[in-house]
Design a protein around this ligand. Structure first.
Ligand SMILES: [Zn+2]
Length: 262
C-alpha cells in the first residue's frame, strides 16, 4: 500500500490505485469539513482505498467493497465490488422499461455503479459523527444507517449537487421495483441481511436513502442535527424514535411504521 499526502487525515491506497484514491480522499476531506460545520466531527481516522488483494489486511468485514468505518479506520474498495453488478443483475429484469431507461441514462449501457459507490465515503464519515453511545439493538442499527444516509444526502445536496442524479436514480429505481429477490424485508432484521451477497442489505440502505432524501428536503440540516444529537445521547426506544422522526416529517415516521410499504 502507498500513503498519499496532502490530506487532513492519513490516506493509504493499494499500489496502482493512486488516482482513484486521491479522488475518494478529496471528496472525503470535503465531506468531513461539511459534516464538521453541520454537526461537529471527531478526528478523522486513516482512510484506506484498497483492492481485493489488500482488503483482508485492513477491512473488518469480509465482503469485498462494502464500505465501512470503525473508530480507527475508514475502508472503501478501489475496484467495483461484485455486489453492485449482482444488484443491477437482479434489478434490470424487474425495473420495467422506464426504470431501466433511467438507470441507463445515468449509469450507462453497462449500468456501472462505480460513480454511485464513490459517494458512499460520505455515509461512512457520518457514522463517525454519531459515535457509539447507543446500546446495540435493532432500532439503533437502522437509525444509524438513516443518519449516515442523511449525511450523504445533505453533503451531495449542498456541496456536490451535480452528483444528485448519480446518488438518487439507482436508489429510486430499486426501491420502486419488486423486492421478492431478497429474503429479508423486516426493518428490525436489517442487520441479518448482511449475510449473503450483500444485495439484500443494499436494498435496506436504499429504502432508508429514500427517507433520508425526504427528511433533507423537508427539514434540511436540522434533521441531521436532531438525529445525530439523539444518537449521541441515551438509547431511545422505537416509539421515541418515531416521535422524533414525526416531528421532522410525519410521512417518514409513517413509512417506518409501514415498512417496506411506502
Ligand atoms: Zn452505514
Amino acid at each position: 500500500m502507498d500513503a498519499l499526502s496532502d490530506f487532513p487525515f492519513p490516506v493509504f491506497v493499494s499500489t496502482g490505485g493512486t488516482e482513484r484514491g486521491r479522488s475518494v480522499a478529496t471528496r472525503a476531506a470535503q465531506a468531513a469539513q461539511w459534516l464538521d460545520q453541520t454537526v461537529g466531527m471527531p478526528t478523522i481516522p486513516p482512510l484506506y482505498v484498497v483492492n481485493s488483494n489488500d482488503w483482508d489486511a485492513v477491512a473488518t468485514t469480509p465482503l469485498y467493497g462494502m464500505p465501512h468505518v470503525d473508530s480507527d479506520r475508514v475502508v472503501v474498495g478501489q475496484e467495483p465490488a461484485a455486489f453492485w453488478s449482482t444488484l443491477t443483475g437482479v434489478i434490470a429484469p424487474v425495473a420495467g422499461s422506464d426504470g431501466l431507461a433511467r438507470l441507463r441514462q445515468v449509469y450507462g449501457e453497462d449500468l456501472d455503479l462505480g460513480g454511485f459507490a464513490d459517494l458512499l465515503v460520505c455515509h461512512e464519515l457520518t457514522h463517525l459523527a454519531h459515535g457509539a453511545s447507543w446500546v446495540e439493538g435493532a432500532v439503533g442499527f437502522w437509525l444509524k444507517e438513516l443518519a449516515a444516509n442523511l449525511g450523504l444526502q445533505g453533503y451531495v445536496s449542498e456541496v456536490e449537487p451535480q452528483q444528485l442524479a448519480t446518488l438518487e436514480t439507482v436508489v429510486e429505481v430499486v426501491w420502486a421495483a419488486p423486492n421478492e429477490a431478497w429474503p429479508i424485508h423486516d426493518l428490525a432484521r436489517m442487520k441479518d441481511s448482511l449475510t449473503g451477497d450483500g444485495s439484500n442489505y443494499v436494498w435496506f440502505e436504499f429504502g432508508l436513502q429514500v427517507l433520508a432524501k425526504r427528511l433533507w428536503d423537508t427539514a434540511g440540516a436540522a434533521a441531521l442535527q436532531t438525529i445525530i444529537t439523539a444518537l449521541r445521547g441515551p438509547t431511545l426506544n422505537f416509539t421515541q424514535v418515531l416521535h422524533m422522526l414525526a416531528d421532522l416529517d410525519p410521512s417518514v415516521a409513517q413509512t417506518i411504521q409501514n415498512w417496506p410499504n411506502h
